[in-house]
Design a protein around this ligand. Structure first.
Ligand code: BT5
Length: 327
């Protein structure tokens, strides 16, 4: 009902719509409309009312409100169910809870702020109020559990496309970062629940630093993190970016189901900031150095070391500045 009221107010942008007209079109009492207007004001919409003229939408809050997102979605299923929070512990935790309860594929969880935003391996993720997109998407892919890491690659390509459309020429660092000039703009955390031979669900968590000012990052992140607004020197609409991202994500996910992962891997390679670079690999059990050569069909990183080829399935990679000989 609130989305419908907003649609009517928007149709008359800058003008008034009478309570009587709204109540006729939506077939609800004027008291009910008054209550919805109060609720919208509580959400941060600025709506002026006039005893004779009715209601006029003045400003929309800078929040990722479902009422702002739903009417503009271009997807068939991703984002059609939105769970929106002002504050949450972690959108991934919430998405996993919903997925365990059987929520539909494509359900998304959004928060203005995360109190315990998570990276991989119990690391933290800085998620300040209304500055970024803190998003989790529930998918139920048909492919086998060992192929789940491909979801991270797919999400990274979708993210890179959406970020590049804002004008930021970002690259992907294996396995889960979107970087600009070596600084992290986006982190992706994919979590899975599966049986031996089938995936129950995958939750893709994405954190995008959109409008965080450089000075707002905690001291320890200042040299390694950046935001779209810092790069572009202007504020970026989080709603526009989110809608573009969900669109790209669904496009690639559908493509992966129909054609397999090859085209996505090919695009990942083109967008990669890791391939061809000298890297230090911090694996689960050991560390080594080499040149990042490629990613294989499963999304593992292939590194050329002095001892031969190494396949890295999980871990961290840092790109080293090239030494004189390597140059
Ligand atoms: C990641 O882990 O990069 C995955 C981050 C995923 C965050 C999203 S937000 C929505 C969803 N809900 C969650 O709770 N999480 C997901 P990793 O590669 O382990 O990197 C973590 C490291 O990045 C930290 O140890 C910090 O060094 C750094 N970091 C933390 N916050 C950051 C930020 N806002 N921007 C850039 N770097 C950050």
């Amino acid at each position: 009902m609130r989305a419908e009221i907003l649609r009517l107010l928007r149709q008359n942008a800058g003008g008034y719509v009478s309570g009587e007209d709204i109540s006729k079109v939506l077939n609800v009492s004027r008291t009910a409309i008054w209550k919805h207007m109060q609720a919208l004001k509580d959400e941060g919409y600025e709506i002026s009312s006039h005893p004779r003229l009715g209601y006029c939408l003045q400003t929309v809050p800078d929040l990722l409100l479902p009422n702002e997102i739903c009417p503009r979605l271009t997807t068939d299923f991703i984002g059609h169910s939105i769970h929106y929070y002002t504050t949450v512990s972690s959108t991934n935790n919430e998405a996993k809870r919903l997925a365990n309860e059987g929520c539909p594929e494509g359900t998304i969880v959004l928060a203005e702020e995360q109190k315990v935003g998570r990276g991989r391996l119990a690391r933290g993720w800085f998620s300040p109020f209304a500055k970024g997109i803190w998003l989790s998407v529930v998918l139920r892919p048909k492919f086998p559990p060992q192929e789940a890491p491909k979801c991270t690659l797919l999400a990274a390509v979708a993210m890179a496309r959406a970020v590049r459309a804002t004008g930021v020429n970002c690259g992907i660092k294996w396995p889960n970062d979107i970087l600009y000039n070596g600084k992290k703009l986006v982190g992706i955390l994919t979590e899975m629940n599966a049986e031996m031979d089938a995936i129950n669900y995958v939750v893709i968590g994405m954190g995008i630093n959109v409008n965080t000012d450089a000075s707002e990052f905690p001291e320890e992140l200042r040299d390694i993190a950046t935001s779209l607004s810092s790069v572009l020197g202007r504020t970026v609409s989080r709603t526009d970016l989110l809608i573009a991202l969900l669109h790209e994500l669904e496009l690639l996910y559908t493509q992966a189901g129909e054609e397999g992962f090859s085209p996505i891997l090919a695009e990942w390679r083109k967008l990669s900031a890791t391939l061809g670079q000298p890297v230090d690999v911090f694996g689960i059990t050991r560390c080594f150095s080499g040149i990042a050569l490629d990613i294989d069909e499963d999304g593992a990183l292939i590194v050329q070391t002095e001892a031969g080829l190494e396949k890295v399935i999980a871990g961290d990679v840092s790109v080293r500045a090239k030494s004189q000989e390597e140059k």
